[in-house]
Write a protein that binds this ligand. Structure first.
Ligand SMILES: *Cc1c(COP(=O)(O)O)cnc(C)c1O
Length: 396
């Protein structure tokens, strides 16, 4: 995801521009709010000097478990490592198929391929952008026809809204598969009466700076209620160590989160609920003002998104024009994602579920994300809304 702090925001000036460009994600506003607490937290780490697996790491894990209700939390170096470590712990490797959506960030299929297993791409739902449970049957058939053993459904909570885990878990159970939740964009969300962190066998999240809960570098976490899996993950996180530090019992990685990042996240977690509420206010305002002129995001009844992205759908033939005109008006936008995974060079050879990915292919040509963060003032929201309304009126 692109981060634009004000200093990195688009700089080009144009004749139609009447004010400095907005930030797409404003990390500086959040930093200003909690700067004193962050400085104190970092100073405490510098004072005790336990830079690796210091006390803040365990403290953060307990706080995250409390926050979402998962029994076990294992922090790690990134969201990508979180996904990788779970697949490693479950022994995923050559000959195994892991079913994942075609419309997601590269890290989702990357870890599957890295372990020598095969990602099998399935389509997503047009209204939620999330894995279509009705396509899973075709994916399982495709995997078997390719001589692979289907093992895992890796669902993604795209843009902050949880996937339809009730339906996904049903298919998994019927077919002897297990479910991994890629919640890199959705920690703090909930759906179907459950919090993100409690879906599937295990959940991976990311604390990349621009995610809804981000640190000041790379970081991630794994959530699971399975005690044996949690123990295995703690071992994998430190090179596969056993009880004796120098008798490594399995192949692992260096997957630890830095103590300084844990200390920063503890301070950010203190204001996270408030920030999720602010993101939801922005999203509600955008949708109320824009739904008459454009297709706004759809949140399933009873679900709460963390709004990692606020993503519109517009006619493919208008998107480039709308994006260019908004940019000229000082409104940065982003396209997540311009290409479905199976069209990307590294992933072209992997199987696609028999029924194809027409929705993913179309969404890649239609989506456009607006500035979204908890510190978007009413005036800034107005600016986005009126610029977009104007551009749409000119374009249609
Ligand atoms: C950001 C992201 C990841 C990877 O997280 P990192 O912390 O950057 O490694 C994985 N999956 C999705 C869907 C993401 O958005």
């Amino acid at each position: 995801m692109a981060i634009s702090s004000p200093s990195e925001a688009p700089q080009e000036s144009t004749d139609t521009q009447d004010a400095a460009p907005l930030a797409f994600v404003d990390l500086a506003a959040q930093q200003a709010r909690i700067r004193e607490q962050i400085d104190a937290a970092i100073a405490r780490v510098l004072a005790h000097g336990a830079y690796i697996m210091g006390p803040e790491v365990g403290e953060l894990e307990a706080r995250l478990a409390d926050f979402c209700g998962a029994k076990h939390v294992i922090t790690c170096g990134s969201g990508t490592d979180a996904l990788l470590m779970i697949l490693m712990a479950q022994g995923i490797g050559p000959g195994d198929a892991v079913i994942c959506p075609a419309f997601t960030f590269t890290a989702t299929p990357e870890v599957i391929a890295l372990l020598g297993a095969t990602p099998v791409f399935v389509d997503v739902e047009d209204d939620t952008f999330n894995l279509a449970p009705s396509s899973l049957g075709a994916a399982i058939t495709t995997a078997k026809q390719a001589g692979l053993t289907p093992k895992t459904i890796l669902a993604v909570d795209l843009f902050g809204q949880p996937a339809d885990y009730a339906a996904i878990e049903d298919v998994a159970e019927e077919n002897g598969l297990w479910v991994l939740a890629d919640a890199a964009q959705s920690f703090g969300a909930n759906a179907q009466g459950r919090n993100v962190g409690t879906f599937g066998l295990a959940t991976a999240t990311s604390f990349f700076p621009a995610k809804p809960l981000g640190c000041y570098g790379d970081g991630g976490a794994i959530f699971t209620d399975d005690e044996d899996l949690a123990e295995c993950l703690r071992s994998i996180r430190v090179h596969g160590q056993g009880t004796d530090k120098y008798d490594n019992v399995r192949i692992g990685i260096n997957g630890r989160m830095d103590t300084i990042q844990a200390a920063i996240l503890i301070e950010k977690l203190n204001i996270f609920e408030d920030e999720i509420a602010a993101r939801n206010s922005v999203a509600e305002r955008y949708s109320a003002e824009l739904e008459a002129s454009i297709v706004v995001p759809n949140i399933t009844d009873g679900a709460r998104s963390t709004w990692a992205q606020y993503t519109l759908k517009l006619p493919a033939e208008h998107r480039a024009d709308v994006q260019r005109k908004l940019k000229a008006a000082g409104i940065p936008t982003a396209i997540y994602y311009p290409k479905p995974l199976h069209q990307q060079t590294a992933y072209r050879e992997f199987p696609i579920a028999g029924n194809g990915t027409p929705v993913s292919d179309r969404l890649a040509t239609q989506v456009l994300s607006l500035p979204m963060h908890p510190y978007l003032s009413d005036d800034d929201q107005d600016r986005v809304i009126s610029a977009l309304k104007q551009v749409l009126a000119d374009t249609n």
